[in-house]
Design a protein around this ligand. Structure first.
Ligand code: 2HG
Ligand code: ZN
Length: 453
């Protein structure tokens, strides 16, 4: 597929046509559009050709038809909390913001499901019904939206229990680049009637179709959660305790890893209270709920130094130590967010070896590593000292590929990792990706610089 023509300033006739579809107030250009061109980390900055803010699925369809006819490339955008630069217009694309699709249906208590517009935040889904919760729990849940979380197949803090965003999908409504609306929202758990395209859209990073709504699984709200933070000597001890927790704590919801360096930065720069009186080199946060959870956690940790919390306020204090880690690198500079995963038995090698691997490429770089230990997922946040010219990705991703891992566990490929995708995917797979993509988006206008085409 050839490159789409890039229109940096759409002609006035096209802007007028967009305004007729969604109202003038929702077609932004110039300064009003600039904020949509920068990602949360500040590492990716582009200039949107225009920002389109449709208010309904029909308006999305009309807008895409106009874009396809004009050859105007489009980057769909949700809460703009992505960390791989996949949701910002780095090549003069138009931004299609789904924020106004914020309708949330009444939850269906019998099916434990709800239908949510693409612009609904994950926090609103979690609060949708009494006694119910949402399985995907991420630190940015107050801003991150359903459409973006599907497009990146977001994971987060409870994947070990409920799976990632893909596992919550019971149906989807989406618009293809020619304006065709495909909708499958009945929410049937058993439904073997052909291709599972909702699952294919999960993790497609806005390249196949624009998600406008989803039917989502809700989970019972976990009763009386208990949160514990154990101080441990090294990554091997973290891994071993997390493995035991998976086997011995039936109510386990989370197993999260962080280190003393990140904690010290958070204490100094953000006033976060350290969990233990005596600092430990590394920490494992465990959360469990349900009958016997407190006893199970106590039996598990034995005489390891631990802080335990049961009230919402105390739990929030312990969680801040982990949930605010994404901010640490930002306090020190502009972060490269490298989100990788390896098979369980290689996680210790990854966690212990990655700082050295980065140091070999850039001795002055700062590395803050933390993550979801039970998923084999490590967030390697790098604050470069040398130019961020790809050397850090080269080093970390080659190391990870050598361990049989993935260069993106839960954040996606975006612009940050595009060059390195062949480390995780074979030529045959990449060619198949391109064929799938052509079937969904023959005009080649959907996020053309993300994923192969
Ligand atoms: C987390 O687990 C998020 O906190 C963000 O996935 C990780 O900022 C990051 O690298
Ligand atoms: Zn994460």
């Amino acid at each position: 597929m050839g490159p789409v023509s890039q229109v940096t300033a759409p002609p006035a006739t096209l802007l007028r046509a967009f305004a007729q579809v969604m109202g003038e107030a929702h077609v932004l250009t110039g300064d009003a559009a600039a904020g949509f061109g920068v990602d949360w980390t500040g590492a990716f900055t582009g200039s949107p050709a225009a920002v389109l803010r449709p208010g309904s699925t029909a308006e999305v369809a009309q807008a895409l038809r106009l874009c396809a006819d004009a050859g105007l490339a489009v980057v769909p955008q949700g809460g703009n909390t992505g960390l791989a630069g996949g949701g910002v217009p780095l090549h003069g694309e138009a931004v299609l913001s789904l924020a106004r699709l914020d309708g949330l249906g009444a939850p269906d208590p019998e099916a434990s499901q709800v239908t949510a517009g693409a612009g609904v935040t994950l926090q609103r889904v979690a609060d949708a019904g009494r006694g119910l919760d949402f399985g995907v729990h991420i630190a940015s849940r107050a801003s991150a939206t359903v459409g973006g979380a599907i497009a990146t197949n977001a994971g987060g803090l409870r994947v070990l229990r409920y799976g990632p965003m893909r596992a919550q999908l019971r149906g989807i409504e989406a618009v293809l680049s020619d304006g065709t609306v495909v909708s499958h929202l009945a929410g049937l758990v058993k439904d073997n009637t052909g291709y599972d395209y909702p699952s294919l859209l999960a993790g497609s990073e806005g390249t196949l179709a624009v998600v406008t709504a989803a039917r989502l699984r809700l989970v019972p709200r976990a009763p009386d959660p208990v949160t514990a933070v154990a101080g441990l000597p090294d990554a091997a001890a973290v891994h071993e305790l997390a493995q035991r927790a998976m086997r011995e704590v039936p109510g386990l919801l989370s197993a999260e890893f962080f280190g003393q360096r990140g904690l010290a930065v958070l204490a100094e720069r953000a006033g976060v209270a350290p969990p233990l009186a005596v600092p430990a080199p590394v920490y494992l946060l465990l959360e469990a709920a349900g009958p016997g959870a407190a006893d199970d956690l106590a039996a598990l940790v034995g005489d390891v130094p631990v802080a335990v919390a049961v009230t919402a306020a105390d739990r929030a204090r312990l969680w801040a130590c982990r949930e605010r880690h994404p901010e640490v690198a930002g306090f020190l500079g502009t972060a490269l967010k490298l989100d990788v995963a390896v098979p369980a038995h290689r996680w210790v090698r990854l966690a212990t070896g990655v700082a050295e691997v980065v140091a070999a490429a850039d001795p002055g770089a700062e590395v803050i590593a933390y993550g979801h230990v039970a998923d084999g997922n490590l967030h390697v946040n790098v604050v470069p000292a040398a130019p961020a010219d790809g050397r850090h990705q080269d080093a970390v991703f080659s190391f990870v590929a050598g361990l049989g891992g993935s260069i993106s566990a839960e954040h996606g490929i975006g612009a940050l990792k595009a060059r390195w995708l062949p480390l995780s995917r074979s030529p045959a797979e990449l060619a198949l990706f391109a064929r799938i993509r052509r079937a969904f988006d023959p005009a080649g206008i959907l996020n053309p610089h993300v994923l192969p085409r």
